[in-house]
Design a protein around this ligand. Structure first.
Ligand code: C2E
Ligand code: MG
Ligand code: MG
Ligand code: MG
Length: 285
């Protein structure tokens, strides 16, 4: 009996392994078509001021609506796109789409130029020697003020090639573009680069926010990150705020902006416009 069960488990394991390899292969094969057939699109999550509740920006997040597999998570497909070196191209699509959208919202007076559009940058995209040129070209083409643009990079991308990183960031920073460190606290904690780099925002990773009320270690980590950011004159955004208690907690610790399901999950551009309308009414009543 036990042997049977073990055998079944192995067969199950082999089957799911084979399925996952087939899926990976299929997704990689399909990604070229996905670009050409507009299967990729962006959703937007509001970034909200913790005290006033005003929407002060949005993070753009990539989605793939696959014709047979349905909606696929970027956590799954971005590593695959990196493998086959399509991420720079998809990254350029992300930049164009986010800035085109921002320009439309500006022209329609749905936002003003204090609004920040946060855009995730992939390691491969950031490593391209012409990355600053590409970003500046797109910013000029869509006539978005550079200071409205906030590029999210991660700790590992910085460590990878510190000299290049400093140069690329300074070049973009000189035109007004802002930089955030995403998922802060989950990467290598070489704090030395924090003072070397032209950074504006630290995004406190959602893994620390999740248990902020129940795990004293997480409470201490968030408190420390916020205190340090404050000392270094960096703004902070708490990610993954899902409950009023978590919001109260990060607010009490001095974090001024948050993102999370508590206010809204990432939504389509049309739904984001509704959120902007609602928020505007709330601010003016
Ligand atoms: P990220 O940049 O740290 O984005 C935050 C993730 O947390 C998003 O997942 C968002 O949907 C999710 N999230 C937001 N609020 C909450 C919350 O209250 N609770 C929980 N549990 N999750 C929340 P998503 O959209 O699946 O993206 C996953 C990751 O994929 C992103 O993490 C980012 O690293 C990457 N990614 C997404 N879009 C892009 C893109 O356009 N370019 C690049 N290079 N990477 C992207
Ligand atoms: Mg991000
Ligand atoms: Mg993050
Ligand atoms: Mg993340």
């Amino acid at each position: 009996k036990a042997k049977e069960a073990g055998k079944n488990q192995i067969m199950f394991f082999e089957k799911s392994m084979a399925e996952s390899i087939a899926r990976t292969t299929e997704l990689k094969d399909d990604s070229r078509r996905a670009i050409d057939e507009d299967e990729f699109y962006l959703v937007y999550q509001p970034q909200v001021h913790a005290v006033t509740n005003k929407i002060i920006g949005a993070e753009s997040l990539l989605r793939w609506n696959h014709p047979t597999r349905g909606l696929i998570s970027p956590a799954e497909f971005i590593p695959l796109l990196e493998d086959i070196e399509l991420m720079p191209e998809v990254g350029t699509f992300v930049l164009k789409t986010a800035l085109k959208q921002t320009k439309e919202w500006l022209l329609a007076d749905r936002i003003d130029d204090s609004f920040k559009i946060s855009i995730n940058v992939s390691p491969q995209q950031f490593r391209m020697s012409n990355f600053p040129v590409i970003v500046n070209d797109i910013i000029e083409r869509y006539e978005v003020p550079p200071f409205m643009v906030d590029l999210e990079i991660t700790e590992s991308m910085i460590i990878d090639n510190i000299d290049y990183t400093v140069a690329a960031m300074k070049e973009l920073r000189s035109t007004g573009v802002h930089f955030s460190i995403d998922d802060f606290g989950t990467g290598y904690s070489n704090l030395n680069y924090l003072k070397k780099l032209p950074l504006d925002v630290l995004k406190v990773d959602q893994s620390f926010v999740r248990d902020i009320l129940s795990d004293p270690n997480d409470t201490a980590i968030v408190r420390t990150i916020l205190a340090m950011a404050n000392q270094l004159n960096l703004r902070t955004i708490a990610e993954g705020v899902e409950t009023p208690e978590q919001l109260a907690s990060i607010k009490e610790m001095g974090c001024h902006v948050y993102q999370g399901y508590l206010y809204s999950p990432p939504v389509t551009s049309a739904d984001f416009e509704h959120l902007l309308n609602e928020n505007y009414e709330e601010m003016n009543t």
